[in-house]
Design a protein around this ligand. Structure first.
Ligand code: SAM
Length: 275
């Protein structure tokens, strides 16, 4: 299948910062498409102009996706070639496009990926955290109470957890992660990947949360937070036991809270009680 294949929906990744990460195949596909569905046409125009791509654009964003999908599926059924891009990285990954791909597939239309940059995978590739199993959580809820309850659900997951976060919430989110996962848990903050101020910091949560809270430079740009999964070793069990103990202690006497926390976490009751 080439990019001139009619009636195909091409899902095309674009760079997350460095323009040279645009693949030759992405450029060719976007040039040959009949139309490019873009999350924000004004945002994508400079990139397309840079690569001499003159294909007409239509907007497809979260507010109009339902309305635009039918028209695009009709064009695909008539044999047109449609390319889907988002503002940065891989469409559908915390970006619009899901409804279009789903509708196209349901209509029997071929959907073909043109893979490339994705911030989550780029961050994982340099984080130095276990990468054999991981879970992508996208954005956490913006309000602390909802964010903490989501984190509680994830606290026992043994896989590396990947979050997207906006720069103005990164300090708050790291503080919530420290409180819920325990300050010992390893975390990596990957900021401005492939850009001028690219920074990858890896530390225990307590230290990184403190560092980011006190350094406004670490609260700028785009970032990915990666948290190592809950380990099985004694330290991890103790950290988990302390976390559970702190929650139970709000409602129960210390001995009872320690007993239950030990049963839930696998940490020794005596160590929890003494702590
Ligand atoms: N579709 C994109 C992808 O494939 O990664 C993600 C789009 S999502 C709306 C934007 C979020 O991705 C940002 O808030 C940030 O968490 C992350 N992100 C995007 N570019 C990044 C970069 N260069 N460095 C670090 N994180 C980035």
């Amino acid at each position: 299948m080439t990019s001139s294949t009619p009636g195909c929906l091409w899902v095309v990744a674009t760079p997350i910062g460095h323009r040279d990460d645009m693949s030759a195949r992405a450029v060719e596909t976007l040039r040959q498409a009949t139309v490019i569905a873009a999350e924000d046409t004004r945002h994508s125009r400079p990139l397309l102009q840079h690569f001499n791509i003159a294909t007409p654009l239509v907007a497809l964003h979260e507010h109009n996706e339902r309305d635009v999908v039918d028209a695009l599926v009709r064009r695909l059924q008539e044999g047109e070639s449609v390319a889907l891009i988002s503002d940065a990285g891989t469409p559908l990954i915390s970006d619009p496009g899901f409804r279009l791909v789903r509708a196209a597939r349901a209509a029997g239309i071929r959907c073909a990926p043109v893979p490339g940059a994705c911030a989550a995978i780029a961050a994982l590739s340099v984080a130095g955290l276990p990468s054999d199993r991981f879970v992508f959580e996208g954005f956490l809820p913006p309000k602390s109470a909802a964010r903490r309850s989501r984190l509680q659900v994830l606290a026992g997951d043994p896989r590396t957890i990947i979050f997207y976060e906006s720069s103005h919430r990164v300090a708050e989110s790291l503080a919530d992660m420290r409180d819920v996962f325990g300050g010992e848990r390893e975390v990596v903050l990957a900021r401005e990947l492939t850009k001028l101020f690219e920074t990858v910091l890896g530390e225990p949560l307590a230290e990184l949360a403190a560092r980011v809270a006190s350094d406004p430079d670490q609260q700028r740009g785009e970032c990915v937070i990666l948290v190592s999964g809950r380990g099985d070793d004694a330290d991890a069990k103790l950290a988990e036991g302390q976390r559970v103990f702190a929650i139970l202690r709000e409602e129960l006497p210390p001995a009872k809270a320690a007993k239950l926390a030990a049963a839930i976490s696998g940490a020794p009751r005596k160590a929890l009680y003494e702590k």
